[in-house]
Design a protein around this ligand. Structure first.
Ligand code: PSU
Ligand code: MN
Length: 307
């Protein structure tokens, strides 16, 4: 018996995987810990709609009642959205404990990548990945997302990492662990709310075909996946200086309140929404939608390459 016995793959997702049609995985910590209700539910539905509109099948992944579900239905998405904050944030190391108690939780980028790979899904869209936190030289706080990128053969489309993190250290870590980082039509790693971070990338890609070829070759080279950085659409980008000041404030508060470990990222995201009067939430929604659209287009191209 393989680990596949722990997966519940939705009928539509299973049919698409079986027929080698394009599928895009979506994470669920963004639903349970990344956005408030009801924007989290609206975004979850919108992402699925966008993936479909670009010719791929969406598969939102989560832990539900002790099962690893791949391809949540609308009722499942709504239930998770309403549980916002009141449910486990499940990274890879939490999966066994959550399943043992028949628990429910939003899966992080790390856990979602791992489950997507088990299900045979090659590409995954999210907003921002976890990374090396500011002050990591003291706290050692480095997201399991980075480790998983070096292990699971899944391409992750993100809008970079927000500067609640230490972006140069995050990129150093990915380099050490052999994870390719490709800028989609950009030369710098994007900073989530802003289109650039000042940190140069080694590889830039202009088109979908080129990107699909890189993903397909990285699948052969392995052992891990690949990170595609897609800057937030121009119209939704926030002023880098202004957001930076709010981030400093939120990071300072987290420290003062003794927020640590897995609570750090959700705390900072929540505080930023408050400190920016909702502007950070709006930007977050726009960039994750753009990532879903790009991931779906790349998935279509990848399926074509394989055929
Ligand atoms: N960054 C965001 N939104 C999010 C997250 C990160 O802008 O929702 C979530 C993702 O699920 C990511 C997780 O995998 O937080 C990283 O948490 P940590 O830093 O504790 O590894
Ligand atoms: Mn952490």
């Amino acid at each position: 018996m393989t680990i596949a016995r722990l997966l519940d793959i939705g009928a539509e997702t299973a049919a698409a995987i079986e027929a080698r049609r394009p599928v895009v995985a979506l994470e669920s910590t963004i639903i349970t810990h990344g956005m408030p209700f009801p924007q989290n539910f609206e975004t979850a539905l919108k992402l699925e709609e966008i993936v479909r509109a670009h010719g791929a099948t969406p598969a939102t992944i989560a832990a539900v009642d002790g099962r690893l579900v791949v391809g949540l239905d609308k009722a499942g998405l709504e239930r998770l959205a309403r549980l916002s904050g009141g449910v486990v944030k499940a990274s890879r190391r939490d999966l066994a404990a959550v399943l043992a108690r028949k628990g429910t939780g939003g899966t992080t980028v790390a856990a979602t990548m791992y489950i997507a790979a088990l299900a045979g899904i090659d590409i995954f869209a999210t907003g921002g990945i976890g990374g090396v936190h500011r002050g990591a030289e003291q706290t050692f706080d480095i997201s399991a997302d980075l480790v998983e990128l070096s292990r699971s053969k899944v391409a992750v489309v993100c809008a970079g990492a927000k500067s609640i993190l230490d972006i140069p250290k995050t990129l150093e870590y990915l380099e050490s662990h052999g994870v390719p980082v490709i800028g989609y039509r950009c030369d710098e790693f994007p900073a989530f709310y802003a289109r650039s971070s000042g940190v140069k990338l080694d590889h830039r890609c202009e088109g979908l075909h080129d990107l699909a070829r890189m993903i397909s070759l990285q699948r052969e080279i392995g052992p891990g996946g690949l990170l595609i950085a897609n800057p937030i659409p121009e119209a939704h980008a926030l002023d880098a200086g202004q957001i930076e000041a709010r981030i400093e404030e939120a990071v300072h508060e987290a420290k003062a309140q003794g927020i640590s470990q897995k609570d750090v990222t959700p705390f900072l995201l929540r505080r930023l929404v408050e400190l920016t009067g909702g502007r950070s939430l709006e930007a977050n929604m726009a960039l994750v939608e753009a990532n879903a659209a790009l991931a779906a287009q790349v998935a279509v191209e990848l399926a074509r390459l394989k055929a």
